[in-house]
Design a protein around this ligand. Sequence first.
Ligand code: ATP
Length: 283
Amino acid sequence: MALFEKAPAKINLSLDVLSKREDGLHNVEMIMTTIDLSDRIELSSIGQDTIKISLESRYVPNDERNLAYRAAALFKRTYGINKGVHIKIEKNIPVSAGLGGGSADAAAVLRGLNRLWGMDIPLQELAALGSKLGADISFCVYGNTAIARGFGEKIETLTSPPPCWVVLAKPDIGVSTRTIFERVSLDTIYHPNTNEVIKALYEKDLYKLCANMGNSLEAITGSLHPEVIQIKQAMKSIGATGVMMSGSGPTVFGLVEHENKAKRVYNGIRGFCDEVYLVRLIG
Ligand code: ATP
């Protein structure tokens, strides 16, 4: 038996770093929403009690280091399952991009194994399990639009943003989330107005949303990789309504209300950056 799970990427509509915990992790407040750029996960039962991973990617390991593998191993261990699974990953989300691709895959594996093995485990429990492997996995288990607190594991669902188009531009660099957080200085860090972003969502006001989106990590990643700031400025001047870096970067996204304008921004930004996508919000 085989089944498929979509593993959609996320973008941050806000990312605030609040404080540092004793264990070295940071307390954050992040509003995230889901976009129509997805990996595709196929899960099929196999005879032996093993986890097999197949994927073609220069950037992602296809062994026990893969987050999808680790999610399956954790699921099997937690629920004492002695069955095997073959996980095939079609990787479409850029890697180390700030779009949560690895977390999306891990979350899809948790949801998918729940179905494959007929377990009926509530999403809340899968999200708690996922948080043991990575901060964004809880959000990805639920998808849609939510605010994440704690180190990212406490999820509260929010209403979806007003419909719009998303132009994504990923400069040809990978950014390690850990490296960026290591450079956080809480005395000087910028804090976005998260409450105004939430209000904008509930008022379905794209302009208010764009005016209030903000990311505490943008200046840090931008100082290491100035192309992030250049792409942001270019996207804004070409006509995106709001522009921000997602996660710890380096992907920059622009929100645009109308399709024609979104295509103009998409075509315009291709002159600055090789890897560009035009997608819709599905959160
Ligand atoms: P985050 O902001 O959560 O760090 P990201 O989008 O910046 O996410 P990912 O694409 O999730 O970054 O990749 C981060 C690291 O995880 C990479 O070094 C990659 O090799 C590793 N990794 C492990 N498994 C996967 C997977 N299934 N897909 C993508 N990356 C994976």
